[in-house]
Design a protein around this ligand. Sequence first.
Ligand code: UD1
Ligand code: UDP
Length: 381
Amino acid sequence: MEKLRIMSVFGTRPEAIKMAPLVKELAGREEIESICCVTAQHREMLDSVLEVFDLKPDWDLDIMTPRQTLSTITSKCLTGMDEAIDTLKPDMILVHGDTSTTFAGALSAFYHQVPVGHVEAGLRTWDKYSPYPEEMNRKLVTAIADLYFCPTENNRENLRREAVTEGVFVTGNTVIDALKTTVRKDYVFAAEELNRLPYDTKKILLVTCHRRENYGQPMEDIMSALAEIARTHEDVELVYPVHLSPVVQECAKKHLADIPNVHLIPPLAADEMHNLMARCYLVLTDSGGLQEEAPALGKPVLVMRRETERPEAVTAGTVKLAGVKYDDIVGMAHELIADPAAYAAMAHAVNPYGDGCACRRIADAILWHFGRGGRPEDFHP
Ligand code: UD1
Ligand code: UDP
């Protein structure tokens, strides 16, 4: 029997981290030829992930430009995907999550009448502009996809609300599969600055922030709140690997440069980031991926957004929605830094997002779809 040609399409850092273990799982199945196509919506941040996970793309659209707009990303991806699909002739295309690459990859697959599997399906905030443009990308990909790989039961329920019930699997999130390969107790950082951090004597606050809907006043407020937290707590070191977006770089430098206990550093390689998270005290972030990783590592998270599509860890008590207002972020961070009981109540490891076997379930589900195996069991936390 001929091998199934399964093409994974991704372009940004988080997609790459979450698709890397799946690309490898597919490559290990004898019924499948695993093909990897990157749009390079991110360039340096994508290449760093490819290096960490030792992935060599079969096709690279190389679309990134500085300060790119949503329309440019989508149109360049669509045009580039035509040739990739015509040449590589996949039997199925896998897209991940909710980026512009995700949407354009799915739309292009549809134009070529290639079935689509959506990894990390069913996340919703029900607010079209938050996160922006991700919430709409998710909905549009739901309309196009044939198979849906939901991290959690709650995600499946969201799809049911939109009358999507066929081809839906609860698999867990592949990010937990990735974490299992990167985090090690005896890990030594490549960045010497991270080896020298005073993990035993100070509280390490790990920060990331990049969302488009926070551009402007919300991001100004977030950054000045972070500056206040660092200035008023001598017992913390704030470590912030700054996203390469010029908008974020400018805002972070404006508020946080020259504060002695703030470390503004370049984006970290995924293994460095995961191991730093495993050793930090508290995470402050607007990232989606960090909201999933930190609970698995027993680290409390304050989410600097108005909403979250990841309510599972909020329910479990390890993640709190801090919002984007200065006073709220400063107040909630202060409580977790100064009140050991409040901290202890949040610092316990939970794994609502996966058991590290998501990729196996997804590969099994794809084979099931093509009549080459049984249906996988759902993930239950
Ligand atoms: C994108 C995704 C977002 C995801 C985020 C993960 C969209 C619309 N947004 O947002 O869902 O959460 O990635 O980080 O798909 N840049 C570089 N080098 C890089 C990466 C980015 O220089 O390796 C700069 C470029 O100037 C680029 C800008 O950052 O134009 C913004 O990148 P872009 O992918 O458009 O948006 P993100 O905010 O990264
Ligand atoms: N990450 C990383 N280096 C960094 C910051 C984040 O490797 O300097 C990882 C992080 O651990 C998670 C993913 O990137 O796996 C999240 O990506 P990002 O926050 O850019 O996007 P989002 O998850 O919000 O879409």
